[in-house]
Design a protein around this ligand. Structure first.
Ligand code: C2E
Ligand code: MG
Ligand code: MG
Length: 657
């Protein structure tokens, strides 16, 4: 109880927010308090001017009023000042003390006037004391210690004084004053408790608001960060790119974008698992951060793709040199635990100065990356006017691919696959041909890739497979058909089902069909591709790994894929007579095929020397211009008749071309 009463007289120094609210409320109430006090005092002095001595009426009251006006000015001046906790405390304490001192002063002044004047004047004194003190209590109600102090030094002495006059009216007034003051105290206590509570809930609200703000800041940060590498993510990258491009359009500040794609990351992930893959990616992120321009933004776009933005006057030749430096940094070996891993990266660069209206810098950079990957893996390529021309042509190709007449412009040629020991062709590879009325002859290397890009490939595969199967019907029963499948044909159960349906519908024996698939195609999604190839095999078809040696040539793929045949890329044949390395590679592939029980076809044999060399190495299945160029479906019958009519030639050199 005592502690509670003491707390009522204490200023809550432990609660700065409450003190500030009190100061704020007082700065509105106190000027009003002094206004009431000064005007009432003037009125009291005026009614006693003729009866009381001037030094009392105007002298004493003048001093008290001057002090009041000074306090009023002090409060008025500081009404908008932001106070420190300590200053707020001092202000509240001084208000309590000054309030009590001035209260005593004004009460003494009023009591001293009581001795002068008539009954009305004395009535005025009693009225002045009662009404003014109640007004002051009201104005100080937010500062309980000041109000209670005023009660102690003014209300109680005033009630005693009025009672001691012996006048029944004044005694009744004293009683009235005490009762009103008690009621006022109860109301003040109640209000003050409410005020303390609302300040506390305000504080709780502010606290939770600030926690919410922290949380939303964290969320925002996480939404813009890649958790694996700690780099900005795709979303943040594109936001930054938008900002940089907006600045470029407004101020002309150049922007260069680099798209970085890892070469050989997927085999690492497939072979050693995601945990190792993640550590490699984190290390790639660190290396890129260390070598990328500090003035730009570096982000992980997803998977094994990173990108960066360079803003400012960096000549494109230097940016290209920077990017090639990054490529060599990334291709240094990775030590992950016991493992030493190797990968490289290709970078596509595009500068805002090359940008044509309506085009996007990231598309240019992607295109340059695609070119880098195709022509010089592990290096950087800048989007140039030459690539601009190619991109333009690609978009024309894509438009043509979508036109309804496209499939009628498609055709097939067939290139024999030859067994040099038997001196007989064993089958034909179907090769797509397209002659566009506007673009002329477009190579399959170009339009197949474009069709994959624009999602037309499964339709093309379906059309071509139907035609190839139809053509193969007229061949001798032992003549095989090789047909190339693209990534998309094995990337989904639905796509491979279309291929299976087409084979079934043709009535051709599936055992005569070889489906060719490249390493790059299966690597996109190894597990799905594997499942698709198994389904084709279950149908009775055989699977050949095409262009072996041109991609990553990871032996693990050869072991894990359901294969029947390997086709060695023509790049080796070109070199075979020139370098022993190429010879050795072909020899090891032949050994590998022998050990795994796979057939081996050598692609791209262009002269008799190569054929002799390869035959000497024990290779007997071959394909190439020297044996026969791709031919039309109609030409096959006469080609076959040459062989079927004659006995097998003794030497491959004697083969008709
Ligand atoms: P590929 O499957 O490796 O086909 C062999 C390519 O090598 C063919 O090129 C063929 O004309 C060419 N070639 C054959 N012998 C020689 C030679 O002695 N020297 C040289 N320099 N080249 C030779 P083509 O017809 O331009 O086809 C290129 C690639 O396009 C094919 O490579 C294949 O990956 C793809 N392709 C062709 N037709 C189709 C198709 O119907 N579907 C799919 N998905 N891809 C196809
Ligand atoms: Mg092929
Ligand atoms: Mg090939």
């Amino acid at each position: 109880m005592i502690a509670w009463i003491r707390s009522l007289f204490a200023i809550r120094r432990d609660n700065p927010q409450l003190m500030r609210v009190q100061v704020q409320a007082l700065s509105r109430h106190i000027p009003l308090l002094y206004f009431v006090l000064v005007t009432s005092t003037v009125a009291l002095a005026a009614t006693h001017t003729s009866s009381a001595p001037a030094e009392l009426t105007w002298g004493v009251s003048g001093v008290l009023m001057a002090a009041s006006i000074l306090r009023l000015a002090f409060w008025w001046r500081s009404r908008n000042t932001v106070l420190t906790d300590e200053a707020a405390y001092r202000k509240l304490r001084s208000t309590t003390v000054v309030g009590a001192v001035l209260g005593i002063g004004f009460l003494s002044f009023a009591i001293s006037l009581y001795a002068y004047g008539d009954e009305f004047s004395r009535g005025h004194v009693a009225f002045y004391i009662s009404v003014t003190v109640i007004a002051c209590l009201f104005c100080l109600s937010v500062l309980l210690p000041a109000a209670l102090a005023l009660m102690g030094v003014v209300v109680i002495p005033a009630a005693i004084f009025l009672t001691l006059t012996g006048n029944p009216v004044f005694i009744a007034m004293a009683l009235n004053l005490v009762l009103v003051s008690i009621a006022l105290t109860v109301v003040m206590l109640y209000n003050f408790t409410n005020l303390t509570r609302s300040v506390a809930s305000l504080q709780a609200l502010e606290q939770s608001n600030s926690e919410m703000a922290d949380l939303s800041r964290d969320n925002n940060r996480l939404a813009n960060l890649d958790s694996l590498t700690g780099l900005p993510n795709r979303r943040r990258f594109f936001a930054e790119l938008d900002t940089a491009m907006a600045a470029y359009r407004q101020t002309g500040t150049p922007v260069i974008v680099g798209v970085v794609d890892l070469d050989g990351f997927k085999p690492i992930n497939d072979l050693y698992g995601h945990a190792i893959g993640d550590r490699v990616l984190a290390e790639v992120g660190r290396r890129l951060s260390a070598s990328a321009s500090p003035a730009g933004v570096l982000a992980r776009l997803g998977g094994d793709e990173f990108a960066y933005i360079v803003v400012g006057d960096r000549p494109t030749e230097l940016a290209l040199a920077d990017a090639n430096r990054i490529c060599s940094v990334i291709s240094a070996p990775y030590q992950i635990g016991e493992l030493e891993l190797q990968l490289s990266c290709s970078i596509g660069l595009a500068a805002s100065e090359a940008l044509e209206p309506g085009q996007s810098l990231i598309e240019y950079a992607d295109y340059a990356l695609y070119e880098a990957k195709n022509s010089a893996r592990g290096t950087a390529r800048l989007f140039s006017s030459e690539l601009q021309g190619r991109l333009h042509r690609d978009s024309l190709i894509e438009q043509s691919l979508r036109s309804p007449e496209f499939t009628s412009q498609l055709d097939l040629e067939f290139q024999p696959i030859f067994d040099v020991l038997a001196g007989q062709p064993i089958g034909f590879e179907a090769l797509a041909r397209w002659t566009s009325p506007t673009l002329g002859v477009v190579s399959p290397d170009t339009f197949i890739v474009a069709a994959e890009r624009c999602g037309m490939i499964t339709k093309i595969t379906d059309t071509l497979l139907a035609r190839a199967l139809e053509t193969a019907k007229s061949w001798p029963d032992d003549m095989r058909l090789s047909f190339n499948l693209s990534t998309h044909d094995v990337a989904s159960p639905q796509a491979v089902q279309r291929v299976i349906d087409r084979v079934r519908a043709s009535g051709t024996d599936p055992g005569r069909i070889d489906f060719e698939i490249t390493e790059t195609a299966v690597m996109r999604d190894f597990d799905q591709s594997c499942a698709s190839l198994l389904r084709l095999r279950a149908l009775g078809c055989r699977i050949a790994l095409d262009d072996f040696g041109a991609g990553y040539s990871s032996l693990s793929y050869v072991h894990r894929l359901p294969l029947d045949k390997i086709k060695v890329d023509r790049a080796f044949v070109r070199e075979i007579e020139l370098t022993p390395v190429a010879s050795n590679i072909v020899r090891s592939i032949l050994d590998l095929c022998r050990n795994l029980g796979l057939d081996c076809v050598i692609e791209g044999t262009e002269n008799a020397g190569q054929i002799a060399h390869l035959t000497g190495m024990g290779c007997h299945l071959m394909q190439g211009y020297f044996i026969a160029r791709p031919m039309t479906a109609e030409a096959i019958a006469s080609y076959l008749s040459t062989y079927r009519a004659e006995p097998a030639p003794a030497r491959p050199q004697a083969m008709p071309i």
